[in-house]
Ligand binder design. Structure first.
Ligand code: SME
Length: 149
C-alpha cells in the first residue's frame, strides 16, 4: 500500500504553488481515510488561524490562538488527537456530524505556519499509527513549503 507521505509528495513535489498544493493534499487525505467529514488547512494570518483549502462542509473562517482544537494545537505547538470533541472544552463545531478530530501544527522557519485539521464522524477515529502517518505527511509539506509561493 502506498504511504500517505508518498502520496502527498507525489502531488506537491513539482508544484510551486501553495494553494494548489494544499487543495490537492486535502483531497489526498480525504480519500485516503474512511469516515472523514472534513480535512483541510488553517493558516496563520495576523496572529490568528484563517481558513484555507479543505474538503467538507462550510467551516468557520477565523480561529483565535488558544481557542478550539486548532487554536489549542497552535498554542501548545503539538499534535492534538481528540477522541470525543464534545468533551473538549473550547471545541468549535463547524459540522455537527464531527465526533473526533486530529490537528497537526505545520511549521515554516521555526514558527507555526498553520495547521492540518481532520474531522471524523466516528468517535476515536484516529489511531496512534494514523497520527504518526499524518505527522510524516506534514513533514513532507514542511520540507516543500519554502519553495512554494
Ligand atoms: N473543530 C475545530 C474548528 C474547525 S472545524 O473542525 C473545520 C476546532 O475546534 O478548532
Amino acid at each position: 500500500m502506498v504511504s500517505l507521505a508518498s502520496e502527498v509528495k507525489a502531488v506537491i513535489e513539482d508544484v510551486p504553488y501553495l494553494s494548489a498544493n494544499l487543495s490537492n493534499v486535502s483531497a489526498v487525505i480525504f480519500s485516503h481515510y474512511d469516515k472523514l467529514n472534513w480535512a483541510g488547512f488553517y493558516l496563520m494570518k495576523e496572529g490568528k488561524l484563517v481558513l484555507n483549502s479543505f474538503q467538507g462542509k462550510v467551516a468557520c473562517t477565523e480561529i483565535k490562538v488558544g481557542k478550539g482544537v486548532c487554536g489549542t494545537a497552535v498554542e501548545k505547538d503539538e499534535t492534538l488527537v481528540v477522541d470525543d470533541v464534545h468533551k473538549f472544552p473550547t471545541h468549535i463545531a463547524c459540522d455537527s456530524a464531527s465526533n473526533s478530530e486530529i490537528v497537526i501544527p505545520i511549521h515554516l522557519n521555526g514558527e507555526v505556519f498553520g495547521v492540518l485539521d481532520i474531522d471524523s464522524v466516528s468517535f476515536a477515529r484516529f489511531s496512534v499509527t494514523e497520527k504518526e502517518e499524518l505527522e510524516e505527511a506534514v513533514k513532507v509539506i514542511e520540507e516543500y513549503l519554502p519553495s512554494m509561493r
